[in-house]
Design a protein around this ligand. Sequence first.
Ligand SMILES: C[S@@+](CC[C@H](N)C(=O)[O-])C[C@H]1O[C@@H](n2cnc3c(N)ncnc32)[C@H](O)[C@@H]1O
Length: 251
Amino acid sequence: MSENKVVFNKPNDTDDDSDDDTVCLGESFFMNDNYELTTFTFGSHVLELLCLQSASTDFDLTGQLVWPGARLLNEYISNNVEILQGCSAVELGSGIGITGILCGRFCREVVLTDHNDEVLKILKKNIALHESSDNPKSCAALSAEKLEWGNSDHLNQILEKHPEGFDLVLGADICFQQNSVPPLFDSVKELLSRRGKERCKFILAYVSRSKMMDVMVTKEAIQHGLQIHEVDGTRSVIANLEGVIYEITLQ
Ligand SMILES: C[S@@+](CC[C@H](N)C(=O)[O-])C[C@H]1O[C@@H](n2cnc3c(N)ncnc32)[C@H](O)[C@@H]1O
């Protein structure tokens, strides 16, 4: 009985030519970048953005599509635009950019960030698409930057360009992997500390998928010296999951 072998990224110079049953799979095998132009409506605001309709095989490519947390945060923003008016904002884990780009309609400046290079490509495309679409409502300067949570070099590079820090830190559906929550709050704390308690807050759209994560988010915020409170009236069901908007500030 013959046995098929699967090899990822088989090197070109392999001398293992005898192995005819080896199937070689490059990285592109796991990558779907057939993005579709999709229309999203939040209140009176319509956005047309490129995204996937379902996830790629690679777990790290979560940012290629729009998550329920982004829908929750964008609804909240479109109903409370005064929170953003004239502000500078940085978004963490922007994915395709649906939240940061909507914020660009009200803020004066938005920096959209992600750690995944493939996601950054589509994020930059969507920013360019939005800027080229003849849209008089888009007034903010939008930019995309690489930011891995907890990576001080990445964060310092952003803060060098924005030494005054930001009025708002935003995050939609970014608490879903336990090991990334502590570094996420490290970066949040650094960003909030740049401005101080009254002058910067983190608005997090949290979608509950496990009790353990529900507890962890609150615990990590407190352990980082932050206070976290649920915004009244925001707890709702979205895509069959419970979501809520948290406001997080320095204590
Ligand atoms: C579940 S997706 C949410 C995307 C978008 N905010 C939304 O709601 O549609 C999580 C995003 O966070 C990014 N991400 C995950 N872990 C990260 C990390 N350690 N540092 C920075 N970004 C991360 C992913 O690349 C992805 O874009």
